[in-house]
Design a protein around this ligand. Structure first.
Ligand code: 8YV
Length: 306
């Protein structure tokens, strides 16, 4: 009997996966019955996969997500049930770091206001934009120094900016200042870039105090998860001029973020598309395929979480 693969979220290149087994389109029909015997489930980072939904599939042994982030999955329950989990680390690093750089530059240099000024024809009547802060020599605090944080730091160094970071522990040899506390990092930085994993451990890490420390000349960039930022505090600070600007790829409520945030003039918004390049998404889909293929052939998983 061919293997059954539950599709929890429609990932790229499903047709390739169909070569490994019968795709059970739970994502389309919401009917878990055909998946009751299935051992494999594929999903993406954007759709929650909690305990109750996992338990609709009593024989699961592998959850393969097409995302580096696994905060949407109840990992404790997977562990308890002996379900392996694979993600897609490494292959989206550079594209997500590019998105952080794009958002930082756009927010600091007023790209959206400039674009509007030119497109609307108001340029002639209104004259130039106000002068903007420079990136050269800017202190850039990076929250999280994993692969993506390091790729962001490299880009900032190439611009002539000065990166520093906070992470759970210092990483010797990086040649950047380490801050043991996010508030101290934000106080030092002009730009704060969030690149930590989402989930319970980082919820609200960018607190009202961190935002206050970043201050009225500061810019917040988030390419991680909306949950990391106290969004109400962010909206208040942006609205009251206590924060210069924000460049955001992620939000608390996706795909319909709070209009109080998205309507502000000093934000640059991107629709959780940091990894949204053909190259990254192809490589992510390929990793999902290789993990499922390895599992079904009884070989070691390529990128297991544990
Ligand atoms: C996308 C991401 O959300 O990898 C992640 O953790 O946030 C993104 O790449 C996504 O899961 C792509 O399908």
């Amino acid at each position: 009997m061919p293997a059954g693969i539950v599709v929890h979220h429609p990932i790229r290149h499903l047709e390739r996966l169909a070569g490994l087994g019968t795709l059970l389109r739970y994502d389309l029909d919401g009917d878990p019955a055909p998946g009751r015997e299935a051992e494999v489930l594929v999903t993406g980072g954007e759709r929650p996969l909690g305990r109750a939904e996992l338990d609709l599939f009593p024989r699961l042994r592998l959850v393969a997500t097409m995302s580096v982030g696994t905060d949407a999955i109840d990992l404790d329950h997977c562990r308890a049930r002996g379900i392996a989990v694979t993600n897609t680390p490494g292959v989206l690093t550079e594209d997500v770091a590019d998105a952080a750089l794009m958002l930082a530059l756009a927010a600091r240099r007023g790209l959206i206001a400039g674009h509007d000024l030119v497109r609307s024809g108001r340029w002639a009547a209104e004259g130039p934009l106000p002068l903007m802060p420079t990136m050269t020599g800017a202190r850039v605090g990076i929250l999280g120094m994993g692969r993506i944080g390091q790729a962001i730091a490299r880009r900032m160094q190439a611009l002539g900016a000065e990166p520093g970071y906070h992470a759970r522990s210092e990483r010797p040899g990086l040649g950047m200042p380490f801050f043991a506390d996010p508030v101290a990092l934000a106080d030092w930085a002009e730009i704060l870039v969030v690149a930590v994993p989402g989930g319970g451990q980082t919820r609200g890490l960018v607190s009202a105090a961190v935002i206050a420390a970043l201050g009225p000349e500061g810019t917040l960039v988030n390419v991680a998860r909306g949950s990391v930022v106290d969004e109400a505090a962010l909206v208040a600070a942006l609205r009251e001029g206590r924060l210069h600007s924000a460049g955001l790829d992620v939000f608390l409520n996706e795909p319909a973020p709070d209009a109080a945030l998205t309507g502000l003039p000093n934000v640059v918004l991107y629709p959780h598309h940091g990894s949204g390049t053909v190259r990254a998404r192809d490589a992510m889909a390929d990793l999902v395929f290789r993990n499922v293929a390895a599992f079904l052939a009884g070989r070691p998983l390529v990128t297991p979480l544990w």
